[in-house]
Ligand binder design. Sequence first.
Ligand SMILES: *[C@@H]1O[C@H](CO)[C@@H](O)[C@H](O)[C@H]1NC(C)=O
Ligand SMILES: *[C@@H]1O[C@H](CO)[C@@H](O)[C@H](O)[C@H]1NC(C)=O
Ligand SMILES: *[C@@H]1O[C@H](CO)[C@@H](O)[C@H](O)[C@H]1NC(C)=O
Ligand SMILES: *[C@@H]1O[C@H](CO)[C@@H](O)[C@H](O)[C@H]1NC(C)=O
Ligand SMILES: [Fe+2]
Length: 466
Amino acid sequence: MSEGPRLLLLLLLPCIIILSIVRKANAGVTSSYIRHEWPSVDIPFDSPIFAAPRGYNAPQQVHITQGDYDGKAVIISWITPDEPGSNTVKYGLSQKKYEFSAQGDTVQKYKFYNYTSGYIHRCLLDGLQYNSKYYYLLGDGNSSRTFSFRTPPEINPDASYKFGIIGDLGQTFNSLETLNHYKESGAETVLFVGDLSYADQYDDGLDIAVRWDSWGRLAEQSAAYQPWIWTAGNHEIEYFPNLKEVVTFKNFAYRYPTPHLASESSSPLWYAVRRGPAHIIVLSSYSPFVRYTPQWIWLMEEFKKVDRKKTPWLIVLMHAPLYSSNEAHYMEAEGMRIVFESWFVENKVDVVFAGHVHAYERSHRVSGLMNSFEPAPNKSAPIYITVGDGGNQEGLAAKYREPQPDYSAFREASYGHSTLEIKNRTHAIYHWYRNDDGKRVPADSFVFHNQYWAIEKGTVSNMQSS
Ligand SMILES: *[C@@H]1O[C@H](CO)[C@@H](O)[C@H](O)[C@H]1NC(C)=O
Ligand SMILES: *[C@@H]1O[C@H](CO)[C@@H](O)[C@H](O)[C@H]1NC(C)=O
Ligand SMILES: *[C@@H]1O[C@H](CO)[C@@H](O)[C@H](O)[C@H]1NC(C)=O
Ligand SMILES: *[C@@H]1O[C@H](CO)[C@@H](O)[C@H](O)[C@H]1NC(C)=O
Ligand SMILES: [Fe+2]
């Protein structure tokens, strides 16, 4: 053994003992942390956690998402249970003084099996000022409710902005803990990587749509106050021939609009937005994506619009992970990896966030383009992060493949959420927080060097020629 590796091993030894790593010195970490968890069952429907707001026909399930390409608009959605009621959003820059108002789109109602929805409202507020706090009011008279949100900074390569990442949330006590911990993070926008309510688990059909309602009331505590950028997961498909419900993504599509037209997408299931220093591309793992399909053509065109001089941070969201060494759903997304991975490497995507696997894992920058069985380090490749650990009723995916593959930097089967705190064009701080017996504990973190503006060790360079 030469001096270099010997020294490295000596330095690493204490960590190896502390973390119970049993692999060779350059390999990743499999955390030995065993967490206490609440039973993986949904919170009872009649729990006060899901209580509807007081007042006749009061707006409920309020949530917002970005409404345009560049962050000067939001879409506000809500449901009134008894009658359409007011379809107007009053809003303004100071509390109790709503100087503006916007009219919602046509109020919608739909049926799912033997359920009829409430009155679904969606309203676009556009022409907003950047970097400003807006207050808004929904509903009528003494049933009206007020909320607020903050617009992002203007598109700017050195804007700082903190994103949160949550996936596979569901509606258990673990889900609630994830949500509570996320609210402590100070992050300003959720990148949600799919599988929202797990309502499809109520597959006798009677409670499916009802559990979309309860999830909407649960998520409101965050989603009414900051945009959640929605990615569709497999639990959104809801294809139920036995119930004669065969229109896919029906509950999701009625309730969770996205600004897909702003990025010239033909479907709300795949689209892109720019926010502060980031260009965010949302893909649909469960829609056609092979060559010549609308999603494939759209993504090829969207990559051409990416301007790293304006938005240095290029982030991709999808549900099923391209790299995961968990036994659960192993290699399930190979189809999408084969079709899209070369574009991710060519375009120097910074990070691909996914969910689906109910655990946490972070990869090194690797590419399987040359040999998919042994992905190789590649500086142009994204980091792949799986955050399918929101806490839904299916429980944790606790079994990892052994030995830990070289591409896997850190993995742990616990519930939690992540944050990506972008500082400027070269640096971001990434954290994963586990739900640790009621506490929010940072368990994985690293300094993220931008793919376009920084090379390793943070040396600034404009890699324009690449
Ligand atoms: C749906 O069917 C169930 C079981 O028959 C019943 O309890 C429920 O009230 C029905 N819901 C509606 C909205 O008709
Ligand atoms: C709310 O307003 C309605 C209609 O104006 C009225 O009938 C009701 O008594 C009010 N409720 C409360 C709690 O003030
Ligand atoms: C990274 O991947 C690209 C695309 O396959 C390839 O052209 C390049 O040579 C790779 N770089 C390294 C350092 O392996
Ligand atoms: C970018 O942020 C990092 C981390 O906060 C800091 O060390 C670095 O100096 C910043 N670079 C510029 C150009 O501001
Ligand atoms: Fe999933």
